[in-house]
Write a protein that binds this ligand. Structure first.
Ligand SMILES: C[S@@+](CC[C@H](N)C(=O)[O-])C[C@H]1O[C@@H](n2cnc3c(N)ncnc32)[C@H](O)[C@@H]1O
Length: 173
């Protein structure tokens, strides 16, 4: 299956800074385009990809059938707050254009991620806002939400684009 890879997904995967043997959780994997990119990174040992949309997850499974068959990708349907994370601890957690981290406190989800990160693990949030003003606003909101939930923002990067991109890296305090 071929697809044009959006710039935000390449940028998000390139910024993950994965090391040999790393386990990655992707939240809101959609149709699995970033998952396929992660599968091309030899250092990535395994990716657990979750999405609450059954149809998106089905497409992700079709796109990444080889990775799943090889045991390098596991797909789980459900909300981040409750989905089965297969008992894994993750070195990197990635979410691209997943709004729950700024639309509300996301306390349950962020607590869950804190408990699921391996020592030294990092949460990477990436967004493609419509313009620079929205990117600036999003950066403030995300920082506020993460800090309130007890996380430390370790890096905040904005690209004016096109396309405008925002990347936030955080770890539990
Ligand atoms: C805007 S799409 C982004 C998809 C992909 N990451 C991308 O950038 O192309 C957001 C995805 O996150 C999923 N999603 C949103 N909130 C979620 C939640 N609380 N738990 C699991 N998946 C969620 C949606 O079903 C959707 O597939």
């Amino acid at each position: 299956m071929t697809a044009t890879v959006p710039e935000r997904l390449r940028w998000a995967v390139d910024r993950l800074d994965v090391r040999a043997g790393h386990r990655v959780l992707e939240i809101g994997c959609g149709r699995g385009v970033a998952l396929a990119l992660l599968g091309e990174v030899p250092e990535v040992a395994r990716v657990v990809a979750v999405d609450r949309s059954a149809s998106a997850l089905r497409a992700a499974g079709q796109r990444n059938a080889d990775l799943v068959a090889a045991g390098r990708a596991v797909l789980r349907e459900g909300e981040l707050a409750t989905v089965d994370l297969v008992g894994e601890r993750f070195d990197r957690v990635l979410a691209v254009n997943v709004n729950l981290f700024w639309t509300g406190p996301a306390t349950i989800e962020l607590d869950r991620l804190a408990a699921s990160l391996a020592p030294g693990g990092r949460l990477h949030l990436v967004y493609q806002p419509p313009d620079a003003a929205r990117a600036a606003d999003l950066a403030v909101r995300l920082t506020d939400r993460l800090t309130a939930a007890g996380w430390t923002v370790h890096d905040l990067t904005r690209l004016d684009g096109p396309p405008p991109l925002l990347g936030v890296v955080a770890h539990p305090a």
